[in-house]
Design a protein around this ligand. Structure first.
Ligand SMILES: Cc1cc2nc3c(=O)[nH]c(=O)nc-3n(C[C@H](O)[C@H](O)[C@H](O)COP(=O)(O)OP(=O)(O)OC[C@H]3O[C@@H](n4cnc5c(N)ncnc54)[C@H](O)[C@@H]3O)c2cc1C
Length: 557
C-alpha cells in the first residue's frame, strides 16, 4: 500500500510538518498521468533542472494495462483506478455513477480506450476567443504535431517521429465496421480517413494509441525514455496531500509515501497535473478555493478562488443495442474457445481483437440544418455487453448472442457541474456533481441523437443485418420515452474536464493563458482541468497537447 491513513488537517501555518523529510527540486510535478508524464520529460530534457514527479499510484507494468483490451478490467480495478463515484444526479433518475480515473503511471491514459481524437479546430478557436491568447487552432496545431508519430506520416496536420505512436486499424477492424461506413456513405456523411486532418466531420475508423499490439501512454512514450536522466526523480505511491505556500507563493508540496510524511520544495514552480478531479481537490485542501466551502471545513484560506472545482464538463452518452443477423465480436469473444483463440493469437502475434480497442468506427455529424459544426459524436462498436450486471463492462465477456451497438453523445455540452471537497482529509473523495442535462441545448441533442442512431440502423446496408433493436427497444418512441430512457441508461464516457479552467478573469477562471493560478505565484495547473470548455471529441490528445504547450510556457518564463 502506498499510504497509511489520513494526513493531519492543515494547520494555521502552511509550512512543513515536523516529521517531514525535505528535499529540494527546481520543479515539482503533482500527478504522473497523461499530462504529468509529458511535463516530467520536457522539463527535465536539458539536464539542468532538477525535476520531481510525484504519482499517487504505482507502476504501469501490468499486462492488463499493456494489452489494449485490458481496459475492460482496469476500468474497475482499484489497484490502478481511483474508482470515484459521482453524486446522485437528478437528471439521471438520481443515479450515481462510477467515475474511473487512472491511479498509476500514465494516469487515465493507462486505462482509457486509446481513441486519438483531438477535437474540432473550432474548439481551440473558442478557447482563444474566450480570452486565452495562444490557444487557437493554428497556435496549438504545432504541439499536436510535436506529440505524434502518426501512421499517416508528417504533413501539415500530423507529426512523425514524435513520442506517441498513433496507428490506423484498416487491416484489423471488424468487417461490420465497413457495413457501418457504407451506411453512412449512403446517408451522405462524408467518409474520412483522418478525424484529425483537414476536416473533423465525417465517418471513419478511429486512430488508436497502440504500437505493435501494446498500449501507448505518456508513461511509455515520454516518461520511460526520460527516467534514466539523473536530474529526474519519479516517486510512485506518493500522494500529495497539500501545496505549501509562503504568503502567496507556492514553495513546494507535502506528500505521504510509505506512511511517512515528506516535503519537496520547488525552487522554481509547483505544477499540478493531478487531473480534473484531483487538481481542484488539492487546491481546495491547500486553502485555494471558495472561502465559504473552505471555512466550513476549517481550512485556513490562502487565496479566495471561487471557480476552483466549478465548471466541470463531461460527455454523456447512451448506447442503442441491435441483434445482428451476422456474427459480431460477441461471437469471437463470448465462447470460451473464442477467448482462448483470441488470447493465443494475441500472445503469438500481438494481433486480433485483444490488440485493439472495442471502439472501432464512428462519426462526427451535424444533426440538423443550420449548424456550423458537427454536434454529435457517434460510436459504432461491433459488440455488445448488456447481459453483464453492474458497472463492469465485460469487454472480454460480451453478450452470448450476435449484436452490436450504436452510441452518441453531444459534442459540446453546455451543462456544467463541480468538484468540491467534503472534508479536510485528503483521503476522502471529493463530491463530484455532474449536473447533466441542465440546459435546453443538451436536452435537444438527446432527441437528435436518438433519431440519428435509428436512422442509421434503418438504412441499408446496416439495416440488412439488423434483426431488431433490443435496447431501448421499439416501444421507446415518443420524445418523452426517449428522454426517459436516456435518463435511465446514459453514462459518462469519462471526459471530465474544465474544473480549473483557463480564462482572463479571476472571478470566472482559475488559471490564466500561461496556466498560472490567478493571484498566486509559482503555481500552475496543466491537465484536463484547465480546458475552458470540453473539446468536441475524446480528451486524451488535447490534454497531452496542453502539457506540451505548458512545458514550453514554463521553460520560457
Ligand atoms: C475508462 C476511460 C476511458 C477513456 N477513453 C478515452 C479515449 O479512448 N480517448 C481519449 O482521448 N480519452 C479517453 N479518456 C479520457 C482521457 O484518458 C483523460 O481525459 C486524460 O487521460 C486526462 O489526463 P490528465 O493528465 O488530466 O489526468 P490523468 O491522466 O487522470 O492523470 C492524473 C494523475 O495524477 C495522479 N494524482 C492524482 N492526485 C494525486 C495526488 N494527490 N498526488 C499524486 N498524484 C496524484 C493520478 O493518480 C493520475 O496518475 C478515457 C478515460 C477513462 C477513465
Amino acid at each position: 500500500m502506498d499510504t497509511v491513513g489520513p494526513a493531519a488537517p492543515p494547520g494555521r501555518q502552511s509550512g512543513p510538518s515536523k516529521d517531514s523529510n525535505v528535499t529540494e527540486f527546481d520543479y515539482v510535478i503533482v500527478g504522473g498521468g497523461s499530462a504529468g508524464c509529458v511535463l516530467a520529460a520536457r522539463l527535465s530534457a536539458d539536464g539542468r533542472q532538477r525535476v520531481l514527479l510525484l504519482e499517487a499510484g504505482g507502476s504501469d507494468a501490468s499486462p492488463w494495462i499493456r494489452m489494449p483490451i485490458g481496459y475492460g478490467r482496469t476500468f474497475t480495478d482499484p489497484a490502478v483506478n481511483w474508482m470515484y463515484e459521482t453524486e446522485p444526479d437528478p437528471a439521471l433518475g438520481n443515479r450515481s455513477a462510477l467515475c474511473p480515473r487512472g491511479k498509476v503511471l500514465g494516469g487515465s491514459g493507462s486505462i482509457n480506450a486509446m481513441v486519438w481524437v483531438r477535437g474540432q479546430p473550432g474548439d481551440f478557436d473558442d478557447w482563444a476567443a474566450a480570452g486565452n491568447p495562444g490557444w487557437g487552432y493554428r497556435d496549438v496545431l504545432p504541439y499536436f504535431r510535436k506529440v505524434e508519430d502518426h501512421v499517416l506520416g508528417a504533413s501539415e496536420y500530423h507529426g512523425a517521429g514524435g513520442p506517441m505512436h498513433i496507428r490506423g486499424i484498416e487491416q484489423e477492424a471488424h468487417p461490420l465496421c465497413e457495413r457501418f461506413l457504407a451506411t453512412t456513405d449512403g446517408l451522405g456523411i462524408p467518409r474520412t480517413d483522418d478525424f484529425n486532418g483537414a476536416r473533423s466531420e465525417g465517418a471513419g475508423l478511429w486512430h488508436l494509441t497502440i504500437q505493435g499490439g501494446i498500449r501507448v501512454s505518456t508513461a511509455t512514450a515520454y516518461l520511460a525514455p526520460a527516467r534514466r536522466r539523473a536530474n529526474l526523480t519519479v516517486l510512485t505511491h506518493a500522494q500529495v496531500t497539500r501545496i505549501l505556500f509562503a504568503g502567496r507563493e507556492a514553495t513546494g508540496v507535502e506528500y505521504l509515501r510509505g506512511g511517512t510524511r515528506h516535503v519537496a520544495t520547488a525552487r522554481r514552480e509547483v505544477v499540478l497535473a493531478a487531473g480534473a478531479i484531483n487538481s481542484p481537490q488539492l487546491l481546495q485542501l491547500s486553502g485555494v478555493g471558495d472561502p465559504a466551502v473552505l471555512g466550513g471545513l476549517g481550512i485556513p484560506l490562502v487565496h479566495a478562488a471561487p471557480r476552483v472545482g466549478a465548471g466541470l464538463q463531461d460527455h454523456l452518452a447512451v448506447s442503442y443495442y441491435y441483434r445482428s443477423r451476422v456474427p459480431t465480436l460477441n461471437d469471437e469473444l463470448y465462447p470460451l474457445l473464442g477467448k482462448l483463440r483470441a488470447g493465443v493469437r494475441y500472445v503469438l502475434t500481438r494481433k486480433g481483437p485483444l490488440s485493439l480497442s472495442v471502439n472501432q468506427a464512428g462519426a462526427f455529424v451535424r444533426s440538423r440544418p443550420g449548424l456550423e459544426r458537427p454536434n454529435l459524436h457517434i460510436y459504432f462498436n461491433p459488440l455488445s455487453y448488456t447481459a453483464a450486471k453492474g458497472p463492469r463492462r465485460k469487454l472480454t465477456s460480451p453478450d452470448p448472442w450476435s449484436a452490436f451497438l450504436l452510441s452518441f453523445n453531444t459534442c459540446r455540452p453546455t451543462s456544467r457541474g463541480s468538484v468540491a471537497i467534503r472534508s479536510a482529509d485528503p483521503f476522502t473523495a471529493p463530491a463530484i456533481r455532474t449536473n447533466f442535462l441542465s440546459t435546453a441545448e443538451d436536452l435537444a441533442d438527446v432527441q437528435d441523437g436518438a433519431r440519428f442512431l435509428r436512422r442509421l440502423a434503418a438504412a441499408r446496408p446496416l439495416a440488412d443485418v439488423v434483426e431488431r433493436e433490443y435496447q431501448p427497444g421499439a416501444d421507446v418512441l415518443s420524445d418523452d420515452a426517449v428522454l426517459e430512457d436516456f435518463r435511465n441508461r446514459a453514462g459518462s464516457v469519462y471526459h471530465v474536464s474544465c474544473t480549473c479552467s483557463m480564462g482572463p478573469d479571476p472571478s470566472a477562471a482559475v488559471v490564466d493563458a500561461r496556466l498560472r493560478v490567478h493571484g498566486l505565484g509559482r503555481l500552475r495547473v496543466a491537465d484536463a482541468s484547465v480546458f475552458p470548455a470540453v473539446t468536441s471529441g475524446n480528451t486524451n490528445a488535447p490534454t497531452i497537447m496542453v502539457a506540451e504547450k505548458a512545458a514550453d510556457l514554463i521553460l520560457s518564463d
